[in-house]
Design a protein. Structure first.
Length: 108
């Protein structure tokens, strides 16, 4: 079992630091005009909470196995004993990955 709480920046982080998108260049790369004062000042707790969050995942994996063996002499023959061995195994395995539903909503 694995529980993970991972800090992540929200999708709003670009607009927070870079301002609104001004367009794209010839290669399709977004163009911004950031405010230098925004880039070099300390964030308040409220500002940080507006651009960062954490996502949680709850994962588990399992394996269940049962094995039984038997061996021994079955009967006596003129040339010696007849021996046999039997083996039976049953098992199952699986995993479950419960990702944070916000990951698919474009929040991060």
């Amino acid at each position: 079992k694995s529980k993970l709480n991972r800090p992540r920046l929200l999708a709003t982080v670009d607009s927070f630091f870079l301002g609104s998108q001004q367009g794209v260049n010839a290669d399709g790369v977004p163009i911004y005009k950031p405010d230098p004062a925004r880039l070099f000042k300390a964030l308040t707790p409220a500002e940080f909470a507006g651009i960062a969050s954490s996502n949680q995942s709850d994962d588990r994996a399992w394996t269940h196995n049962f094995s039984a063996t038997a061996n021994g002499e079955v009967l006596q023959l003129p040339a010696g004993p007849l021996r046999a061995a039997v083996l039976a195994e049953v098992g199952s395995q699986g995993f479950e990955n419960k990702a944070d539903p916000r990951l698919g909503q474009g929040l991060f």
